[in-house]
Design a protein around this ligand. Sequence first.
Ligand code: CU
Length: 383
Amino acid sequence: MTLRTATLRTAVKKPITLIAGFGVWASAAANAQITPGGISMQPANSALAEEVHIFHNWILMPVMTGISALILGLLIWIVLRYNSKANPTPSKFSHNTLIEIIWTGVPVLILLAIALPSFDLLYKEDVTPDGQQVVATGDGQTVDFIFANDFPESRMVRRPKHLQVIIDNGTERRVLKNRADYRVDGFGKTDLVVSLTTPPAAGERVIIRGGRSVDHRGNVTLAPTMTLKVTGYQWGWNYAYPDFGDFEYLSNLLPKDQTTPELYLRAVDNRVVVPVGETVRVTITARDVIHSWALPAFAIKLDAVPGRINETWIKADREGVYYGQCSEICGIKHAFMPIAVEVVSRPAFEAWVDSQRALAGMDPLFDADTVKLAQGDASALSE
Ligand SMILES: [Cu+2]
């Protein structure tokens, strides 16, 4: 119903459509992505989606292919070797302890091999990242930098992999290596002291990120910079940005004559707009019946349930427009409530926020000066 089954559904759906026959396969492919002739999943636009793809490609597909091949082989062998001509007098034995142990034990091991990484993925999709970062400027002498490890007990930085130290000299970024480039004192305590082997040059920025939300690339994912509030209704979506003022808007299907054949049933009049490289908390609910906010490029599919709020998060790697659909049968126009998310740079996002505020009769939140400042912050936030 919520995220748990939803994610598995995303991961498992493809092979089922593949098996279901070429007609279904072709139409599913055309539906799933804009690329003509594409048959696989949409390219991932987040570390999490990438990990879902790895799970699908390297665990689910080999397991399914292996089991199908094994069963087919056994069937062929039985048909050829034990038909009435080849084997006129069948043996009469029943039960074989060794084989029974194998066919009980092996499936258990296979299920465990699928379950363990999938639990990890479900946890990552369900728990909004809470990583924090401190940015200090080097002076050519200082080597010790303090990171406040003030997370709740269960989310504290306790191991080297929960911490990332990055040197930014203005033109490039270097991720330092634990032990070789720095040492950490105080894992599990309130103040972590990061001691660099060589002092950062004057003007170089030292970025220390800490937290338990570590993606599969080894990067600490920072806490959300904003919340996107999604409300499904018959037949469209309502989006609100509570951090940026009291404005909200409807997002509806673009009629056939206002878009291209490829984008019809994808394109909407008002897209969701989010900044690139920043964690966005997404809260999802519905006004009338259950809908589902699904965005394949981010491996997100979460039910929108009236009277309750579900939460997940996205963090886009790249700018661009990404499409999804309502994914819970919600009534006669279920197929006509697409989702379109536009990922933009931080300055473009701020300009967009101000344009929305202007429409709602509010003063701008960001002026030219703060846009400059925020650009600096944004470069610190993006990978
Ligand atoms: Cu719907």
